[in-house]
Design a protein around this ligand. Structure first.
Ligand SMILES: [Zn+2]
Length: 103
C-alpha cells in the first residue's frame, strides 16, 4: 500500500518530457506526474508537486486564496538585545570573525 498524489501544478501535463508520455501509438498524451509519498517528501510540498515550476505555478494561480488562509495584517517582531556600539581599535579588523574589535 503506497500513497501517491498527482502533481498539483496547473501546467504539469503540458510539459513535454518523456516521463509524461502515456498511451498507445496514435493515442499518445502528456499526463500529470504521479508522485509517490515517501520518507523524503512526507512533510513537504514536494509530495504534491513534481518540481519547483509546478509548485510556483500553483501558488501564483491560487495566490489570493492561499493568503486568505492566514493573512498577515500586522508586522511581526522578534525581541533582541540592544545592539552593541562597535568602535574601531587601532583600525584592526578581525577578518576571521567578521566582527569589529571593541574598546
Ligand atoms: Zn508537476
Amino acid at each position: 500500500m503506497s500513497n501517491f498524489n498527482w502533481c498539483h501544478g496547473p501546467s504539469c501535463h503540458t510539459n513535454e518530457t518523456q516521463s509524461r508520455v502515456r498511451g498507445s501509438k496514435g493515442n499518445k498524451v502528456l499526463r500529470t506526474i504521479k508522485i509517490k509519498e515517501n520518507e523524503w517528501n512526507k512533510d513537504h510540498a514536494f509530495k504534491y508537486f513534481c518540481n519547483q515550476n509546478c509548485l510556483y505555478g500553483f501558488i501564483n494561480k491560487h495566490l489570493e486564496e492561499i493568503v486568505k488562509i492566514a493573512p498577515r495584517r500586522e508586522a511581526l517582531e522578534t525581541p533582541i538585545k540592544d545592539p552593541v556600539k562597535e568602535t574601531h581599535h587601532n583600525g584592526y579588523y578581525n577578518w576571521n570573525n567578521w566582527t569589529i574589535e571593541k574598546k
